[in-house]
Design a protein around this ligand. Structure first.
Ligand SMILES: CC(=O)SCCNC(=O)CCNC(=O)[C@H](O)C(C)(C)COP(=O)(O)OP(=O)(O)OC[C@H]1O[C@@H](n2cnc3c(N)ncnc32)[C@H](O)[C@@H]1OP(=O)(O)O
Ligand SMILES: CC(=O)C(=O)O
Length: 532
């Protein structure tokens, strides 16, 4: 017999308190829809009346299945419910539920609210009753509950009891400053659960000691049945409990999955990686590669000894199968690799080689030599595939760049304005034919790229849709004579993406190597044959 854990998402409310995050109305609508479809039980959309975006967001209900929830604070002391405009905006919102923050730490009642403990309890009671009278489900976020419990357990408990007695569906224990540790959470929740049943209790944890997820799970062990958190753990200061990690843990770790279910079905769990990355896309930020379960590195193996066991049975180095959360296994090839890494990557490229084939040793040696010179193939799998195919002798000799020249000019024009201009010429031999292309660009690499791709004769139509989408430069050791590593990401019309690499003491030459690999990779993948 499994019990239900209710998932409460506060990405659009506490997440909006993250430094650097600023949701538009359209962002909020898209995120609410995504959470709703995914199986989240409560979507807290923000604070109606606090700003124009949130007020507009709450003009209509934005979820189909999830309980659409407005956040607000309890009635101010000294004013009646009907005379509190902040409260009215929350009660008037088009929602299923209202979540009110109440002070649970006596110190805060005195310092921040400046009222008596009795007045605080009365605000909680009257606010819950008013929201219930309007037909809303009510949640009380007991702010600073754990710090309050340590300072004055009677008052903290009185807030929880008052909310419960007034008819709040959920009494949520908040670790507002995020400094409480898992064993403290477990002990305090267990004490509260003697007064208020666990199936009416929630946890809202912040990550200031890096333990918001652990604290949320400790609270579940002690009895709570609602977890509040955010997508990818965004939130004020160090963030909130990461719901992405929590959802996967509840579903995949027997201690929890044997006892509990959430509204996220196993099929939806398979979309977890997509949801996490789609959210980063909306925020316009790069996904955290090291994120548990969903990061690009969460199931990446670099060490040769690990790879050799992994290909025998993935369970040797994976705590759960990556597919369960929509992620994938990656076996990296680098200076830490052995033949197992290489065979696994070659198989992904569709290349079959016998483990005893001497070319495999040659390729592994070549990879390690190049890595020692500054190449990094784990980030450039197109260049790795070309290196492998070249070692195996399967890359056609499409063309030969005989020479290139790049000129950078920086001058003041007749109007006295500063102008920078770059021009490149490339001499290419295709079969017996010698071709010369010249192009201008806003920088030397741009000009070189344009010249290289301007006229590749018989191959031109195969590379017409090739676009350079990203260009990264890293200086590997200091000073102007340092080695430079260039990574270039390319895309084609069919939305294939690939990354190539170049390393040289000269940044233009490093860029040229990466550009050449990008072009040759595209020709190989398009099945183009070399002209005689
Ligand atoms: C722990 C949390 O994350 S709680 C959520 C915090 N989130 C936010 O604050 C974001 C949205 N907030 C806002 O836009 C604004 O703060 C508003 C619109 C809510 C209020 O703005 P203002 O009226 O200008 O008040 P201001 O922000 O300066 O101060 C907050 C007031 O709420 C009072 N207050 C704080 N918590 C509570 C509570 N639980 N119950 C009742 N009153 C409260 C404070 O005492 C203070 O009152 P005061 O102005 O009489 O000193
Ligand atoms: C309510 C809330 O966000 C907190 O106490 O942290």
């Amino acid at each position: 017999m499994t019990e239900r854990i209710h998932l409460f998402d506060t990405t659009l409310r506490d997440g909006a308190q993250t430094s650097g995050v600023d949701f538009t109305l359209d962002d909020k609508i898209r995120i609410a829809r995504m959470l709703d479809d995914f199986g989240i039980d409560y979507v807290e959309g923000g604070y109606p009346g606090a700003n124009p975006t949130d007020t507009a967001f709450f003009e209509e209900k934005r979820t189909r299945r999830a309980r659409f929830t407005a956040f607000g604070m309890t009635k101010r002391a000294g004013v009646s419910v009907s005379n509190d405009p902040g409260l009215a905006a929350v009660l008037d919102a088009a929602v299923d539920a209202c979540c009110f923050v109440a002070k649970a730490w006596d110190y805060h009642v005195h310092v921040a609210l400046g009222c008596t403990l009795e007045e605080n309890l009365e605000s909680v009671r009257l606010t819950v009753e008013a929201a219930r009278a309007r037909g809303h489900e009510v949640l009380i976020d007991c702010e600073h509950f754990f710090d309050g419990f340590k300072g004055n357990p009677e008052h903290a408990l009185a807030v929880a009891r008052t909310a419960h007695a007034a008819g709040a569906r959920w009494i949520v224990l908040c670790d507002t400053n995020g400094g409480t540790l898992p064993h403290e959470i477990e002990a305090i929740v267990a004490a509260v659960a003697r007064d208020v049943p666990g199936d009416r209790l929630g946890i809202h944890a912040h990550d200031d000691t890096g333990q918001a997820v652990a604290n949320s799970l400790a609270a579940v062990r002690a009895g709570v049945r609602q977890i509040q958190g955010t997508l990818n753990g965004i939130g004020e200061r160090c963030g909130n409990a990461n719901l992405v990690t929590i959802i996967a843990t509840l579903a995949l770790k027997p201690e929890f999955s044997d006892r509990f279910v959430t509204g996220v079905t196993p099929e939806k769990l398979g979309e977890l990686t997509h949801v996490s990355r789609a959210f980063d896309d909306i925020l316009n930020r790069s996904p955290n590669r090291h994120a548990p379960y969903v990061g690009a590195n969460a199931f990446a193996t670099k060490a040769g000894i690990h790879a050799s066991a992994l290909v025998k049975d993935p369970r040797t180095y994976e705590h759960v199968p990556p597919e369960t959360v929509g992620n994938r296994r990656r076996v990296l090839v680098s200076d830490q690799a052995g033949k197992s890494n290489l065979l696994s990557e070659l198989a992904r490229f569709g290349i079959t080689v016998d483990r005893a084939d001497p070319r495999l040793d040659r390729l592994l040696g070549e990879v390690k030599d190049r890595e020692a010179r500054g190449f990094s193939y784990e980030a450039a799998d197109a260049s790795l595939e070309l290196l492998a195919r070249r070692t195996l002798g399967t890359v056609p000799r499409y063309f030969e760049v005989q020479s290139f020249r790049v000129m950078v000019e920086r001058r003041f024009n007749e109007l006295g304005e500063l102008v920078t201009q770059s021009e490149a010429t490339v001499k290419v031999k295709i079969g017996d034919q010698l071709m010369l292309s010249a192009a201008e660009g806003n920088g030397p690499v741009n000009a070189l790229d344009a010249a290289l791709r301007k006229d590749l004769g018989p191959y031109q139509s195969a590379i017409d849709d090739l676009v350079l989408v990203d260009f990264k430069v890293r200086i590997l050791n200091g000073g102007t004579g340092a080695t430079t590593r260039v990574l270039i990401e390319s895309r084609d019309g069919a939305k294939n993406h690939w990354t190539t690499i170049g390393v040289s003491e000269n940044i233009i030459d490093a860029s040229f190597q990466a550009l050449m690999d990008a072009v040759v990779y595209k020709l190989v993948k398009s099945g183009v044959t070399a002209v005689a």
